[in-house]
Design a protein around this ligand. Structure first.
Ligand SMILES: Cc1ncc(C[n+]2csc(CCOP(=O)(O)OP(=O)(O)O)c2C)c(N)n1
Ligand SMILES: [Mg+2]
Length: 121
């Protein structure tokens, strides 16, 4: 089970090829918040260096060789869709399940906001 950001995933995505080659029944939850949100919170909320290319995540398992019947892709933009995607993952334990959880660009936890404000001070 992997929980990963969209920015981090763009640096490490080739490991999905290993997951597919080894037929690992992984569940990957990718938080798509359109870039380096933790960095935006710390410095440069609208600077281009915190932007990333918008990838077509639904195509990525195929790119790395996953057969149609061996993987499941779900995009969740609401809590209900995320819960459904998790349900689908539980019912497909033999497959690679790739969930794109879409959140707002600037949706951050209170703790991160507090830390960022302390750093700015
Ligand atoms: C190899 C490498 N490059 C750069 C960084 C600096 N860095 C730390 S967090 C981060 C952004 C992470 O973005 P994302 O994975 O999308 O997470 P988010 O904060 O958006 O949830 C970057 C670039 C790093 N830790 N490692
Ligand atoms: Mg991100």
């Amino acid at each position: 089970m992997l929980l990963i950001g969209d920015g981090s995933a763009q640096l490490t995505i080739q490991e999905m090829g290993v997951i597919i080659r080894e037929k690992l029944p992984a569940v990957i939850v990718l938080v798509n918040n359109d870039g380096y949100t933790v960095e935006r919170a710390i410095h440069g909320p609208d600077e281009v260096y915190n932007d990333i290319a918008p990838w077509r995540w639904e195509l990525v398992p195929q790119l790395f060789g996953a057969a149609e019947e061996d993987h499941l892709f779900r995009r969740a933009t609401t809590e209900a869709e995320l819960l459904q995607a998790c349900q689908d993952a539980m019912e497909n334990r033999d497959k690679l399940v790739f969930i794109e959880a879409v959140t707002h660009r600037d949706d951050i936890p209170q703790l991160l906001e507090d830390v960022a404000n302390a750093l700015k001070r």
